[in-house]
Unconditional design. Sequence first.
Length: 113
Amino acid sequence: QVQLVESGGGLVQAGGSLRLSCVASNSIFRFNTMHWYRQAPGKERELVATITGSGSTNYADSVKGRFTISRDNAKKTVYLQMNSLKPEDTALYYCNMPNLGLWGQGTQVTVSS
């Protein structure tokens, strides 16, 4: 069974940094586009960042210049480096493999002011 497992969330002060990881269990990871989404309480799920199989990236305007998505195909892992964190970045962060409709369980990021 193919799975996505996120880690790296936590509590951080505003201005701090966190790095999220998402490990995939399937062997075709390297060919798949991967997304990071987030969902704050009472809000809709928001697409934060995307990386294609060839390494092209795209970001939501709200995180451009602060977040960086990357991947290590050998480790079947996608990362989200989050710098200059703001309280409004507080959310449950999920990774997603859209081609297979896979979602991880989410990792909580809380940014205190």
